[in-house]
Design a protein around this ligand. Sequence first.
Ligand code: NAP
Length: 292
Amino acid sequence: MKALGTLRVFDVEHRRTFGWTGEQLPVVGQGTWRLEETDRGRAVEAVRAGMDAGMTLIDTAEMYGNGVAEELTGEAIRGRGPEVFLVSKVLPSNASYDGTLRACERSLKRLGVDRLDLYLLHWESQYPLRETMRAMETLVSRGLIRYIGVSNFDLDQVREAQQALQSNRLACDQVLFHLKDRGIERRLLPYCREQQIAIMGYSPFGHGDFPKHTTAGGLILEEIAQRHKKTARQAALNFLASRDVFVIPKSGDSEHAIENSGGMGWGLTEEEYAIIDHAFPVPDHDVPLGMI
Ligand code: NAP
């Protein structure tokens, strides 16, 4: 391995401010999609291990396992109290005014909590956005959710969501973001940064297509990671999070969850950063928002 400069380090802190909300949240959180495919006990244990390692930002959705992921999440966070920042999502097919209110109540019940920290519209719905956002505002006024967000919204849709809200600010857009899909860095991310809307990057490992062995400038991700006594996945999370994004890898395995928490709290050097950036570049033209 050639010598690498150590001049400037792209430090990724453990926690950072979640957009305009002022909340200090872990930069690396936990996803729960397909968590129900793991044995129940192991899945709950993995989420708890992740929380113990600092990943107290937890993302779920009514869609995941038809509510089973929310139940598992509820079991995992029981007794954990206010340290947890809980995110769930309403399905677009439920996103009418009344449908959103009812979906939220069902999610709260499955999760066993009185309030969600963040509630997202999962993706664009056939219902008018104003109607869904009005329901979201009702949920805030009733104390059932704290912050409102969207998911899989491109720049124009984010602007539309901002306009649809009457007395609340949009807190977050949750979007696909991994080494091989950095399209959001062109326009969406800079806009949200300027507007103090937090970006939460989902499927940071490409949903099972993790490019561990890709050659990058003569080095591979793993070799760069080893310089910091880290793994390739930790380096990938660190690189993505250094773009001012929260990342939410999913794991139903305690050891994996603990490994993932090691994506924060350290930094790549400028040269290492440049090598990864070169191997997995931001597209040179605007591309439609990726979605899984
Ligand atoms: P991901 O986090 O990119 O990858 C998950 C896969 O990586 C699983 O197979 C997991 O297996 C494996 N994995 C995780 N940590 C590992 C480790 N340290 N070593 C080896 N393998 C590891 O995929 P994702 O679940 O699609 O995305 C993350 C979360 O984002 C979801 O769970 C969900 O909460 C959210 N999401 C949101 C949307 C949306 O539309 N808003 C869409 C997709 C995802 P193990 O379980 O065996 O560790």
